[in-house]
Ligand binder design. Structure first.
Ligand code: CP
Length: 309
């Protein structure tokens, strides 16, 4: 039996396969019974130094459904950061008020640093182009729910694989489950070498493509991503690749019956609206699953998993 009490979640590799499965099993209980107020004496710190809709609101809803209270900010310009306060001092202060910190930050490594400073556990809600481990957990949940297994799947990842922190985390996690990866991107946004090396070292095959059409016939999961304008150092480079892939309903002819399309969202135009009504679209349900998974993570890390029915 895995024990996640007081265990930070900064990179998806901080947790083992057994840890993932215990979180997914607990999330299933929350999906059946979401309102379980076992954390009425707890306070969650929600520190978002970068914009978010789903991650912040699903974490805060998760905390509310668990009976915890939430403090924090979604607009760092309204904090003492504006007066020059360091991340170190911000974390020192907030950790003296709360029982657990959820943090998103634009800089790679900021969450790891926060965890080193903080006496209370830290959950990384996305750090720069590095990691988004809670998104990864809900992606695993969504894959298992739609495919009935996490083993031996053909996973296509499409779009911004260079700056896309969600796909980096997902390759690392799925490497525990014998997946075969199909990376579709413009050359300038290819999957980073260190992530490919991770799959290779796990003994898994990966293939690289420039055309989305090439992976549609055999993929079990097509994981679309947004080309992230905000991560490009040069806007001209963004303009060259911004509309590289647009998945529409016509393109889906010939895909496998079990295939599901995931996307961490927000989308811009990489999935046409006519896909939303097809049986293959799963991205809105995927985002909903995030609430159950985040309930499972908060209760596990605070040591209350055994109280959940
Ligand atoms: N998937 C995701 O991280 O969405 P938000 O940026 O809206 O939180």
């Amino acid at each position: 039996m895995t024990n996640l009490k007081n265990k930070n979640l900064i990179s998806i590799t901080d947790y083992s396969k057994e840890d993932y499965l215990s979180v997914l099993d607990l999330a299933e209980k929350f999906e059946k019974n979401p309102n379980q107020p076992v954390l009425s004496d707890k306070v969650v710190g929600s520190l978002f130094f970068e914009p978010s809709t789903r991650t912040r609101l699903s974490f805060e809803t998760a905390a509310n459904r668990l009976g915890a209270r939430v403090i924090g900010f979604s607009n760092p310009t309204a904090t003492s950061l504006q007066k020059g306060e360091s991340l170190h001092d911000t974390i020192m202060m907030v950790s003296s008020y709360v029982d657990i910190i959820v943090m998103r930050h634009p800089k790679d490594g900021a969450s790891r640093y926060a965890a080193e400073v903080s006496p209370v556990p830290v959950i990384n809600a996305g750090d720069g182009a590095n990691q988004h481990p809670t998104q990864c957990m809900l992606d695993l949940y969504s894959i298992r729910k739609t495919q009935g297994t996490l083993e031996n799947l053909q996973i296509a990842m499409v779009g911004d694989l260079k700056y896309g922190r969600t796909v980096h985390s997902l390759v690392q996690a799925m490497s525990n489950f014998k997946a075969e990866f199909h990376f579709v991107s413009p050359e300038s946004l290819s999957m980073p070498e260190n992530v490919k090396m991770y799959a290779k070292n796990a003994g898994l095959k990966y293939h690289e493509y420039r055309k989305l059409e090439d992976v549609i016939p055999f993929a079990d999961i097509i994981y679309m991503t947004r080309i992230q304008k905000e991560r490009f150092p040069d806007i001209l480079e963004y303009e060259k690749v911004k509309d590289s892939y647009i998945l529409d309903a016509v393109l889906l002819k010939g895909c496998k019956d079990n295939m599901k399309i995931l996307h961490p969202l927000p989308r811009v135009n990489e999935i046409a609206m006519n896909v939303d009504k097809t049986n293959y679209a799963y991205y809105f349900q995927q985002a909903k699953n995030g609430m159950f998974v985040r309930q499972a993570l908060i209760t596990s890390i605070l040591g209350y998993a055994d109280k959940i029915k």
